[in-house]
Design a protein around this ligand. Structure first.
Ligand SMILES: CC(=O)SCCNC(=O)CCNC(=O)[C@H](O)C(C)(C)COP(=O)(O)OP(=O)(O)OC[C@H]1O[C@@H](n2cnc3c(N)ncnc32)[C@H](O)[C@@H]1OP(=O)(O)O
Ligand SMILES: CC(=O)C(=O)O
Length: 537
């Protein structure tokens, strides 16, 4: 069994140094709970010497029963001053946390240029600050800033900085690739050299400026580092920090270093998506391990093989990290994609028959016209069910009309819809905050008397994409609509050279899909009532 790796999460500190991310104290509390459930060993909550929001977080987090150790962040004392009067250090002690990380210079160039002090004074700043934490019975973590650059320019001084922290009682010495410019081979060699010089346990903190933060972290662990610092989704200063969502599964599944329990590792995808929601940062679909497309198969040849054995195109079992396999259907699909998707829907479909081929050809033809089904699961399901005669007509459109009026105060959109349901003509009008919203309101108003469940549905996202940019305003547009009924979310697509027409098409698909599922739920409930003898006929 390999050595246990201590996971140090700095999403709430370095993560918030990411451009565009700002977390309230409440956001930080929510994320801290989630990180704790993931099983990280340290949660760096912020910098109590920096702002009152972080002080509020430290006050509130103390009342939670978390297993992870909460740590506060700060720097070594200011030059030519005393630790007892250093506000940053005093705030850390006042925050009442059991552990603190102090960043201190390890590169002589930085001492001269950024701190503008002497090399000796910097060593004293490091030693005295760590000793101050130890006098207050705190676990002391020294983040040796720019350690690798410092070591390459002046190894004696870089090591002297580490020794100063170690001699003062630092519990961890963390080597930082602050500028993110070091390569994995260099990291491996330098961590190995440090281990031969020091007795304190070593940690690693890398940045992603060369897109090597994860590789560099793994190289450091391979050379003997036992603490790994990083953030969820790799958020962090400039290009980001080392991404724990890739580091954790690589260490635990590929390199056999125990980090968290298997059940906790299975929380990884959910944690990544939760943090991205709270941080309000869109997650790249292709993000390794936890992205929506991490185990999504599109090419027909791939799908054909994974239906035989998922190992053919999956490097791990997705469920190990809480993700799942997805089959995409597009113009790159072969019949295996269609069969797999249809089987998931419970449709009776086989290879090499006319129906499968005709569905495949229809999808390819529609994608050629500009439709895209991989992002519109509900439209695809309707298309497949239609081929199996499982859909029925809900209404017939007689006409719709749009009015957009600019008055003195605002722009008002109004839609007038005339539809026919079971031979009955219904005529409604509704306003909205835009033409599509007005159209949606008018259509639902017309249908509600026949299908009351429709009022629980609303649009949650709306995207428009110009398909053939060369045709400028005459180009076709593809509209993708996401709808929700609070329990479920589904996406539909429409294509036209007119944006209202394309939106209408996606809107109608959304409502057809919702009603199909409402009908299915009602059928199941009726079946159950019948089985229980609550209905006689
Ligand atoms: C590598 C990292 O990511 S380190 C973490 C970086 N994170 C942050 O900076 C976010 C939080 N920071 C802050 O809120 C503020 O910068 C504070 C409260 C820490 C300091 O604010 P200010 O006192 O206004 O100083 P300012 O930010 O302008 O400059 C930093 C000062 O710290 C000094 N300093 C920098 N690193 C260190 C260090 N390791 N030890 C001691 N002093 C340091 C600098 O020399 C500079 O001092 P100077 O003003 O005498 O030149
Ligand atoms: C401490 C830190 O964030 C760094 O050196 O990058």
């Amino acid at each position: 069994m390999k050595q246990q790796i201590s996971i140090f999460d700095t999403t709430l500190r370095d993560g918030t140094q990411s451009e565009g991310i700002s977390l309230s104290a409440e956001d930080k509390i929510k994320i801290a709970r989630k990180l704790d459930a993931l099983g990280v060993h340290y949660i760096e909550g912020g910098n109590p010497g920096s702002n009152s929001k972080d002080i509020e977080f430290f006050n509130r987090v103390k009342t939670l029963q978390l297993n992870a150790k909460i740590t506060a962040f700060g720097s070594t004392r200011r030059k030519n001053s005393s630790v007892e009067q250093d506000t940053s250090l005093l705030r850390i002690v006042e925050s009442g946390v059991p552990a603190a990380t102090l960043v201190g210079k390890a590169w002589d160039f930085h001492v001269h240029t950024a701190l503008q002090t002497t090399l000796e004074e910097n060593l004293a700043m490091i030693g005295e600050s760590i000793a101050f934490l130890k006098r207050h019975d705190m676990e002391a973590i020294y983040d040796a800033e720019h350690f690798f650059d410092g070591y390459k320019h002046n190894p004696e001084y870089a090591l002297a900085a580490l020794r100063s922290a170690q001699d003062a009682g630092a519990d961890w010495i963390v080597l930082c690739d602050t500028n993110g410019g070091t390569l994995p081979g260099e990291i491996h060699d330098i961590v190995g050299a440090v281990r031969r010089e020091l007795s304190a346990p070593i940690g690693i903190h890398t940045h992603n400026d060369c897109e090597l933060a994860v590789a560099n972290t793994l190289a450091a662990v391979g050379a003997g580092a036992t603490q790994v610092q990083g953030t969820i989704n790799g958020y962090g200063e400039r290009c980001g920090n080392a991404n724990l969502c890739s580091i954790l599964p690589n260490l635990q599944i590929k390199m056999n270093y125990p980090c968290v329990t298997d059940d906790q590792l299975a929380q990884l995808t959910n944690t990544a998506r939760y943090v991205s929601e709270i941080a309000n940062v869109h997650m790249p679909t292709g993000q390794p391990f936890v992205g929506n497309a991490a185990f999504a198969h599109k090419g027909g040849i791939h799908v054909s093989a994974i239906m035989k054995d998922a190992k053919t195109y999956e490097h791990i079992v997705p469920e190990l990290v809480g993700n799942k396999q997805r089959i995409l259907v597009s113009e790159l699909a072969g019949q295996s994609n269609i069969i797999s998707k249809a089987q998931q829907l419970g449709l009776d479909i086989n290879a090499n028959n006319d129906k499968t081929r005709s569905i495949m050809n229809k999808i390819k033809e529609l994608e050629h016209q500009g439709y895209q089904f991989e992002g519109a699961d509900a439209s695809l399901e309707l298309l497949l069910r239609e081929a199996f005669g499982e859909t029925k007509s809900i209404f017939k459109l007689e006409s719709f009309k749009m009015l957009v009026e600019r008055n003195a105060d605002q722009l008002v959109s109004e839609a007038i819809v005339k539809i026919n349901v079971d031979g009955q003509t219904v005529y409604t009008a509704a306003e909205g905050n835009g033409p599509v919203n007005a159209l949606d309101n008018a259509l639902r108003k017309a249908l509600v008397q026949f299908y009351p469940g429709i009022m629980d549905i609303h649009l949650s996202d709306y995207k428009v994409r110009v398909i053939d940019e060369n045709d400028a305003t005459a180009a076709k547009v593809r509209v993708l609509i996401e709808s929700t009924d609070f329990d479920n979310t589904w996406s539909t697509v429409g294509v036209s050279s007119n944006i209202i027409e394309a939106s209408w098409e996606a809107l109608v698909d959304s409502i057809r899909y919702a009603l199909l599922h409402i009908a299915k739920v009602e059928q199941t409930a009726e079946g159950q009532r019948r089985q229980l003898g609550l209905i006689n006929h």
